[in-house]
Design a protein around this ligand. Structure first.
Ligand code: ZN
Length: 129
C-alpha cells in the first residue's frame, strides 16, 4: 500500500513497525469493539471451564473453522475480525507532516489534514520517542 502525498512524497506501508503509521478507533465504535472483545474473552474462559469449547467455537466462528487451533490463534482470528470492522489506518507524511486518515476500515480511501505547527513524529511508538 502506498499513498502519494500532496507534497509528492510517497508514504509506503509494506512492513511492520512503521514510525509514521497508527490505527484509530472512532470513539462511537469503542463499545462495539472493546466491549465485544471483552465479552468474547470472558465467554471463552467460561466455555473452556464449563467444557463447552466446541459450542463456543461454533457460536463465534463458521462451521469450517478448525477446532484444534491453539488459543492464541483463536484470539488472533477474533481480534483480526474486530480490526477489519473498526480500525482505521492513519499515516503521517515525514516530509510535510500531513496526516492521512482512512475514511472507512474496509475502504482504501484517505483524506489529509495539514498541521499548523512544526511538531512531527506524532505517530511514533511510545518506546521510540
Ligand atoms: Zn507530504
Amino acid at each position: 500500500m502506498k499513498i502519494r502525498c500532496l507534497c509528492d512524497n510517497i508514504i509506503y506501508d509494506q512492513r511492520e513497525d512503521l514510525p509514521y503509521k497508527a490505527e484509530y478507533i472512532p470513539d462511537q465504535d469503542y463499545e462495539a469493539d472493546k466491549g465485544t472483545t471483552i465479552r468474547f474473552l470472558a465467554e471463552m474462559i467460561r466455555s473452556w471451564a464449563a467444557g463447552e469449547w466446541e459450542k463456543f467455537l461454533d457460536t463465534h466462528f463458521s462451521v469450517k473453522y478448525p477446532h484444534d487451533l491453539p488459543i492464541d490463534s483463536i484470539v488472533s482470528d477474533f481480534l483480526t475480525r474486530q480490526e477489519i470492522l473498526f480500525r482505521h489506518n492513519m499515516y503521517e507524511c515525514d516530509t510535510c507532516g500531513r496526516l492521512w486518515l482512512q475514511t472507512h476500515p474496509d475502504k482504501d480511501e484517505y483524506v489529509s489534514y495539514l498541521p499548523e505547527t512544526e511538531e512531527r513524529g506524532l505517530l511514533r511508538g511510545r518506546l521510540s520517542r
